[in-house]
Structure formats: structure tokens, C-alpha cells
Design a protein around this ligand. Sequence first.
Ligand code: COA
Length: 235
Amino acid sequence: MDDAELQAAGSSTLTLGGAATVAADTLTVTIDEPRSWRNSVPATSYDRSVVRPAYPLVTARLKLQPFAAADFEDLYAINSRPDVTRYLYSEPGDAAQMREVLDQKIGESMLDEVGQRISLAVVRPELNRMIGEVHLQWLSWEHRQGEIGFVFHPDHHGKGFATEAAAVVLQLGFADLGLHRIIGRLDARNLGSARVLEKLGMRREAHFVHDEFFKGEWADQLIYAILDEEWTARH
Ligand SMILES: CC(C)(COP(=O)(O)OP(=O)(O)OC[C@H]1O[C@@H](n2cnc3c(N)ncnc32)[C@H](O)[C@@H]1OP(=O)(O)O)[C@@H](O)C(=O)NCCC(=O)NCCS
């Protein structure tokens, strides 16, 4: 798609279950086509998409936007905590490591290649603080697969914020990128994360026993997933 086509693609407003509204600048020919058309196209021939949302994305209680240098303090406060990284592949980072992590996240605001990821800072507008993050990774073009993830500051756990923000990236994946299936992967002991995925309507599809040697011990991994038609039926 050249620049002129990108400009012409316009924007759309997406409503999530009546609770969240997302304004997305959608640069793909597939987004507003009837679902029957999209589903009838073989996976190998569906059009490649570019997703460049019109930020911020706004839900009932949250604002989602690309990371910026100003998020350093909040990002560090979250990811330097052992209770937060307990079931993440990362360890509590020092400030220098966190600056590298932030630099990478700042660049993750759009998708135009398989393997890329959108990482969004989740802000509570009344606090003007970044309380967490959600991301969407584009896993496969041919199979239209993606993966979501989320990390929030414990001060803000248990209020539904992760679920509310993760719904936005699921919507981006299905409506904007035209994905067919989106997964979530987690350590089987991470009950809060499993609950978020269940509240989003995702199905537990796999429980792998001791498939990873994780932080010094064997660990089980769960895979949750949801299909585009299942997501659409819920919203
Ligand atoms: C997982 C995480 C993002 C959830 O964030 P959150 O904002 O608390 O999520 P929500 O409030 O939307 O939902 C959490 C749900 O899990 C439940 N929950 C939390 N801890 C739980 C536990 N130990 N056992 C059972 N349920 C639990 C909550 O009660 C809530 O469910 P409810 O709404 O039915 O009561 C947060 O705990 C976190 O950041 N953890 C550290 C990073 C991490 O592990 N990320 C996931 C990697 S796969």
C-alpha cells in the first residue's frame, strides 16, 4: 500500500460491548468488508494489512496510547517488582535495562509485518499515570493468528482494568488486522491472568505439563484462545 492509499483508507469507530469505544485509523481493505466475504477468502490470499490506530484509544475508564519517554518512571515502578515478574519471562530490571525496554516499546505502535507487536501504555486519565500495558503480537499472516498479553501495577489490580484494556487489543486484532484466532499464553499458576482471559471469553485449549524449565523449576503452561466469530458474537 503506498502513501496515497494509506491516506485514503480513513478511520472507523469500534464499540466494544457498549463499554468501550475505540477510534482506530484502519489502513486495510478488509476491515469494513462483510464477514462472509472475509471468511470466504482463503488464508493464503487475504490482503496484507497495516494497522496504525488513531491514538489515544479510549475506553470507559482508560486511555491506551503508544509508549513515550515520559512513561519511564511508571514502567520501572511496575517491572522492577518481583511480584509482577513472577510469571513473566523477564526478571525485575534495573533502570538501565528498563530504558532499553522502554526504547523498544516506544517503537511498537503499529503493525505492518508478521512478528511485530503493538505495545500500548494504559493510562488512567484522572491520575495521568501509566498503570499497565497491553500488547498484541502478529504471529502468522497465513494462518491469521495473534497473541495478546498484559502487565499491570499491583496497586491497580482487581478492578477490571486489564480486562478492559485487553479487549481493545483483541478488537484491533480481529477488526483491524483481520485475524482469525488470538491466543494468550501463561504459567498455569497465574490465576489472575487466566481469569482475565476467561472474562474476555477465551477458551482454555491446552495445558502443557512441564513444557518449560522456568525460573529454576519445571512449569506448566496454559493456552487460551478465541476466534473472530466468537469475539464478534460477544460484542
Ligand atoms: C494478570 C494481571 C494483568 C491482571 O490484572 P487485573 O487488572 O487485576 O485484572 P482484572 O481486574 O481485569 O481481572 C483479574 C481477575 O482475576 C482474579 N484474580 C486475581 N488474582 C487471583 C487469584 N490469585 N486467584 C483467582 N483469581 C484471581 C480477580 O478476582 C479478577 O477476577 P473477577 O473480576 O472475576 O473478580 C495482573 O495480575 C498482573 O499484571 N500480573 C503480573 C503480570 C502478569 O502476570 N501478566 C500476565 C502474564 S501471562
